[in-house]
Write a protein that binds this ligand. Sequence first.
Ligand code: C5P
Length: 217
Amino acid sequence: MDKILTIDGPSASGKGSLTRAIAIALNFNVLDSGLLYRAYAYFYEKGVTTDHIGKKIQGLSFRFNSGDVQVFDGIEEITSLLRSENTAKAASALSSQKETRKNLLNIQRSFYNGNGLVADGRDMGTVVFPNARLKIFLTASSEVRAKRRHIELQNRGQEVNMRDLIEDIEERDLRDRTRTLSPLIPAEDSIVIDSSSMSLDEVLSFTKKLAKKEFDK
Ligand code: C5P
C-alpha cells in the first residue's frame, strides 16, 4: 500500500481546504488534480494541440504560498484564470475524453515520490492511486457547496450570481458522475464524509484521527 491519502468528491465539497490543511499536518506533498485538468483546458483553449499539452503542463511552475497554490506559465501568473468558472466548465467538458485522462495519468502519478502525498480529485482512489492507504470521499449538498464556492470566488475578487452557480455546479456534477470514464464515485474502500453540516475544523479533526491510525503504524 502506498503512503497516500486520496480525497475525492464533487466540486466545492471542501476537498481543497481539507487537502491543504491535512497535508500541512502530516507533512505530505499535495496533488490538486483539478488544477491539472484546468491547466489542460487553458492550453486547449489557447490552441495547443492535445499531444503537446502534457509537456506544456510539465513546464508550468506550481508555487505553494501560505497554504494556497499559485500557478505560473513562464512569468505570467495564471492562477485566477485557472480558478475561474469558465475554465472549470471547459475542464469538465474535456475531462470526459479518453485522451485527456490518458495524457494526465502519469503526470498525476509523478507527484508521488514515496514520501507521502495527499491527492485531491474525482478518481484519485478509484483510478489514479488505487493502492492508496487511506481514501476519503467528501461530499455536501449542492446548496452548501454553491455557498462555499461563492465565498471562495468573492475572496478571489470574482463576482457570480448564486443561482447560476448552483446550476453550474449541478450540471458539472451530473456530467462528472455519469461519464463512462473515471466517473465520480466513491472507491469501495473509501470512507464517505458528508460535510453539509460540519465545519472545516470538524472534518479536519475527523480526518486527522483516521490518518494518525493509518500512517503512524
Ligand atoms: O476540482 P476542480 O473543480 O478544480 O476540477 C475541475 C474539473 O476537472 C472538474 O469539474 C472535473 O470535471 C475535472 N476533474 C476530473 N478528474 C479529476 C479532477 C478534476 O475529471 N481527478
